[in-house]
Design a protein around this ligand. Structure first.
Ligand code: JCZ
Length: 383
């Protein structure tokens, strides 16, 4: 894996050369490059920031040095550019696992009030972009967040410090529970004894005690992890029933407002649908849903029209887009197509770049020769 870091404080990232990533570099597993962003400035003062348009406190990072850096480093298709920002997607083990599959990560570390938005938009046009938050607190810059993300990702790489076994028994792999408490010698320390069960030699009792401790801790500290939907890994996709109509209508409104804005269309039929229409289509279309923490966050529907498996209303809650939920739903709805289907078809906004990219990645092709509503396009794929 190749890792690049763009920062005006490259010394902040010095720990990367030591420690765990350092060993992975020595072994050839990692190709790691820290860059001083100021090398892509041209004025005497190596300026990387300027005052914000529209006014307001603080300074904003100028776009040009980042643009030149992307060019000099040949950032392009297949690369993932990571912007660390408090307004990004919360970082967790799933995100780390996803990033660990990439061949190249480029960390753009901001300072001050952040980076000119056009840098992120531009990066999205040349590579894949992830905006990631370490958590709901504010750091002075992106460097520490980039370090944390790096450590979480690098330890997952196949071949890193014989991780194969050690990763199996982990906190968040362990049934989604927090870790049980651990003890070592001496058996008595400052009048505190190691729990007897751990000295019993009874592996069944030990496992049961540890599990019980893990559940207690989780209930006390992280009740959110005990929610039924947090317990299953992966993305369970379930068939919708009539009782899902209210939530589906809410999701549909959120998604179609966004779709209308993206396509400069104020009038999209789906925006005017009410509960009765949604109940109707749950009855006539096969509809599939994804929930997160009990909340409906994604849906898709399909029906057979002759030999065409007509897919529609692929919706992901606006705050959870870009995490692969749309792709998971799209893959699922294709997988459940009946035997009689010989092709898939779907309609989407002609200017919904992100939707079009998703469909094209999934093998769908634009069909200008086929009819579509105003502002929309039809895409098809052979089965
Ligand atoms: C740039 N301030 C980049 C990220 N989770 C989290 N907290 N704070 C950050 C962050 C703060 C920043 C910059 C200027 C990331």
């Amino acid at each position: 894996m190749r890792l690049d870091y763009l920062s005006i404080f490259p010394d902040y990232l010095a720990p990367l050369q030591l420690s765990l990533p350092g060993k992975a570099v020595a072994s050839g597993l990692l190709d790691l490059h820290v860059h001083d962003l100021r090398q892509w400035t041209h004025d005497r003062h190596h300026t990387t920031d300027d005052t914000p348009y529209g006014g307001g406190a603080g300074m904003v990072m100028k776009p040009e040095p980042f643009g030149e850096a992307f060019e000099a480093l040949e950032v392009g298709a297949g690369d993932t550019v990571v912007f660390t920002t408090p307004s990004g997607q919360p970082f967790d083990q799933r995100v780390a696992e996803d990033l660990a599959t990439r061949s190249r990560l480029v960390f753009a570390c901001g300072r001050y009030e952040g980076i000119d938005q056009r840098v992120i938009d531009h990066a999205r046009s040349i590579a894949e972009v992830r905006e990631i938050s370490l958590g709901d607190y504010v750091l002075n810059g992106g460097e520490v967040a980039a370090l944390a993300i790096t450590e979480a990702v690098v330890r997952l790489l196949p071949g890193f410090m014989g991780n194969a076994e050690s990763l199996v028994e982990e906190s968040h792999a362990e049934g989604g529970l927090l870790e049980y408490p651990v003890y070592t010698k001496p058996r008595v320390w400052r009048d505190r004894e190691v729990p007897d069960v751990l000295l019993s030699g009874d592996h069944g009792r030990i496992a049961a005690w540890r599990h019980d401790q893990a559940v207690r801790r989780t209930a006390e500290r992280r009740p959110d992890l005990l929610h039924p939907s947090a317990l299953d890994d992966g993305t369970p996709i379930v068939r919708a029933g009539r009782g899902d109509a209210e939530e589906l209508l809410t999701l549909q409104r959120a998604c179609w407002v966004q779709e209308a804005l993206a396509n400069d269309l104020l009038d999209i039929p789906a925006l005017h649908e009410g509960l009765d229409e949604v109940r109707d289509w749950i009855g006539t279309w096969e509809t599939y849903l994804v929930r997160r923490a009990g909340r409906l966050v994604g849906a898709v529907r399909a029906r057979l029209d002759g030999e065409v498996w007509e897919i529609g209303r692929l919706m992901v809650a606006p705050d959870l887009q870009g995490q692969g939920l749309g792709r998971a739903l799209l893959d699922h709805v294709q997988a459940v197509a009946p035997a009689g289907a010989t092709s898939y078809a779907l309609v989407t906004g002609g200017r919904s770049e992100r939707n079009l990219r998703l469909y094209k990645k999934a093998g769908f092709r634009l069909r200008r020769d086929l009819a579509a509503p105003v502002g929309a396009v039809t895409l098809t794929k052979a089965r």
